[in-house]
Design a protein around this ligand. Structure first.
Ligand SMILES: C[S@@+](CC[C@H](N)C(=O)[O-])C[C@H]1O[C@@H](n2cnc3c(N)ncnc32)[C@H](O)[C@@H]1O
Length: 210
């Protein structure tokens, strides 16, 4: 596969901490959805943790859960460790290519993923969704956030421009349709819990393993 898909740039760094403005903006809306679906205790695996801003904030907010950050790019680990410094319920980041088959172990009470599916190819997304479902223990939830097509259509002018830019860089990648994603997850045994409209035209889909 190609190297890990990256955001265009980290807009700034504070020491080891990378700061992604989009992660700052969408943290509270994502936390709002998570508040309704996370268990009080258990293990949460975050895929593609990036800067670590999300996982550190969530570990601080939900101290009863053990949070496992991960990413395919170890260059992000210093930032993840720095954001999470001093949090006893945040594990050291795991090197995990979420698009590789075979990593789902059925031991996570929740799996989170924000902002990756549009940066990978359809076969890679298919493997990732299958493995995310395999990673869940019975009753576990998969929470997925990002930009999506709806009924094949791109919703905002910003989406049209961004998807075109992605496809120009690599014709194999770009926005996935939310119905396609839901079908893949249903085929892997996850039933829909909620689909929430998020700021800037994004969506958050929550599904659960029975
Ligand atoms: C746009 S950033 C999103 C970071 C963070 N989730 C957020 O929403 O701010 C995409 C992240 O996915 C990671 N990534 C790319 N390909 C991956 C893969 N195959 N498996 C796991 N992580 C991957 C990149 O290293 C990067 O940190």
């Amino acid at each position: 596969m190609r190297g890990p898909a990256q955001p265009d740039s980290w807009s700034r760094a504070e020491g080891d901490r990378r700061v992604a403005p989009s992660a700052e903006r969408n943290l509270e809306p994502i936390a709002g959805v998570l508040a309704g679906v996370l268990p009080a205790t258990g293990r949460v695996l975050e895929l593609a943790s990036g800067s670590g801003q999300h996982v550190a904030a969530f570990a601080s907010r939900w101290p009863g859960l053990v949070w496992q950050p991960s990413d395919a790019n170890p260059d992000n680990f210093a930032s993840i460790r720095s954001w999470g410094a001093g949090l006893p319920n945040l594990c050291d980041p795991l090197l995990l290519n979420a698009c590789a088959p075979g990593w789902g172990r059925g031991d996570a009470d929740a799996v989170l993923l924000a902002n990756l599916l549009h940066l990978i190819s359809t076969p890679e997304a298919e493997t990732l969704l299958h493995e995310a479902a395999q990673a869940l223990a019975p009753g576990g939830v998969f929470a997925l956030y990002g930009p999506f097509r709806r009924d094949g259509r791109l919703v905002t002018e910003g989406d049209v421009a961004f998807d075109a830019r992605l496809k120009h860089a690599d014709p194999a990648i770009g926005y996935k349709d939310i119905a396609w994603v839901r079908d893949r997850l249903a085929g892997a045994g996850l039933r829909p819990v909620s689909l929430t409209e998020m700021p800037a035209g994004n969506l958050m889909l929550v599904t659960r393993r029975d």
